[in-house]
Design a protein around this ligand. Structure first.
Ligand SMILES: NC(=O)CC[C@H](N)C(=O)O
Length: 357
């Protein structure tokens, strides 16, 4: 293992030890306070272009599981590869022990040529990112690389599939607009009575025959997804149920005429409290996002559906009369609590009602 550096755009330089691939990489440095779930996090396409700091002090000790494919979908990972640009941890454990571990975290990172750095004071680093906001940064091994801002690119086009795929044989035909979907969203649908049509982010789904529309999570600035927003505007003129998660929530807001903005350092953890509007009910949710919907810009026929109890930001929206709703958090979890998975049932109930109207 060799010495490498983490360098931030404000000039901070932190020395540490390299693990995973011995290479340099640049991106946006963000932190997650989730205590477990690195196999899920690293393969979540929403992390594309980001160097991820895990605040949990020991990482790698349960290794990386082996996977099986079901309908060409992994039973474990959230996509078919690692999407983060680099990984920053305090203590890395190459030694691992778990009933389904197949390899070490370092070996897995090597397979995808992703660098890791450990021996970093992640508490100090996280405090800095909280005070100054998410920053650009780089892990430097032998060769220096320029800083890179992923939010200026259309990252969704990089992670969205090239063509249309069909899954399942249920009675409700759902179109999933894949802007970088986590596979657990697909699993959540396939565990229900659904035939799923997975389409690329810029596909004109308005031409398809379907019962309900689903908008996935995805990386980067939602305003980059102009084609999706345009198609969505057509869908909003109709009455077929629409459900969006994370980026999907931001796209629904933009299509409706609302605005989004970049949060100072984002929400990335498995214990984000959200309140269901009109109730005192709180759910603990899994989150991974750097942008949010500006509640004040929501058009008159829309309401905030959930509110983040830490900072009051919008955690979902709902149309006042039509069956359109979204969450900024992840009801599919993976990782994190599964307490809000019932929202998939709520969506399919709305689909059944629409078909029986
Ligand atoms: N998980 C997501 O879908 C993230 C949405 C968006 N890229 C954000 O960072 O806010």
């Amino acid at each position: 293992m060799k010495q490498v550096k983490l360098i931030l755009e404000d000039g901070t330089e932190i020395e540490g030890t390299g693990f995973g691939a011995h290479t340099s990489a640049a991106g946006e440095v963000v932190f997650s306070t989730a205590m477990t779930g690195y196999p899920e996090n690293l393969t979540d396409p929403s992390f594309r272009g980001q160097i991820l700091v895990l605040t949990y002090p020991m990482v790698g000790n349960y290794g990386v599981p082996g996977e099986e494919l079901y309908e060409s979908i992994s039973n474990i990972f959230e996509s078919d590869k690692i999407h983060i640009s680099g990984l920053v941890v305090n203590y890395y454990s190459e030694e691992h022990s778990h009933w389904n571990a197949a390899k070490s975290l370092g070996d897995w990172l090597k397979e995808y040529n992703i660098p890791g750095i450990f021996g970093v004071d992640t508490r100090m680093l996280t405090k800095k990112l909280r005070e100054k906001g998410a920053m650009l940064g780089k892990i430097v091994a032998e060769v220096d690389v320029p800083l890179y801002n992923p939010n200026q690119e259309n990252l969704v086009a990089q992670v969205s599939p090239p063509g249309v795929q069909h899954y399942g044989t249920g009675q409700h035909k759902i179109v999933l607009v894949d802007c970088g979907t986590k596979t657990n969203i697909i699993r959540c649908f396939l565990n229900r009575d659904v035939e799923l049509i997975r389409v690329p982010w810029d596909y004109d789904f308005t031409q398809l025959d379907y019962d309900g529309l689903f908008l996935s999570n995805g990386p980067g600035d939602p305003k980059m997804c102009e084609a999706t927003i345009r198609h969505l505007q057509t869908a909003l003129l109709q009455d077929k149920p629409i459900f969006g998660i994370c980026l999907g929530s931001q796209l629904m807001s933009l299509a409706a005429g609302g605005d989004t903005f970049k949060l100072k350092y984002g929400h990335r953890s498995h214990n984000q409290p959200v309140k269901l509007s009109g109730t005192q009910r709180c759910y603990i949710t899994s989150q991974n996002h750097g942008f949010a919907v500006d509640t004040d810009t929501l058009p008159a026929d829309w309401d905030m559906l959930f509110e983040n109890l830490n900072d009051g930001t919008c955690e979902g929206i709902k149309h006042k009369t039509k069956p359109f709703f979204s969450t900024q958090f992840h009801p599919e979890a993976a990782g994190g609590p599964e307490d809000t998975e019932f929202l998939f049932d709520d969506f399919l109930k709305a689909v059944a009602e629409y078909k029986n109207r």
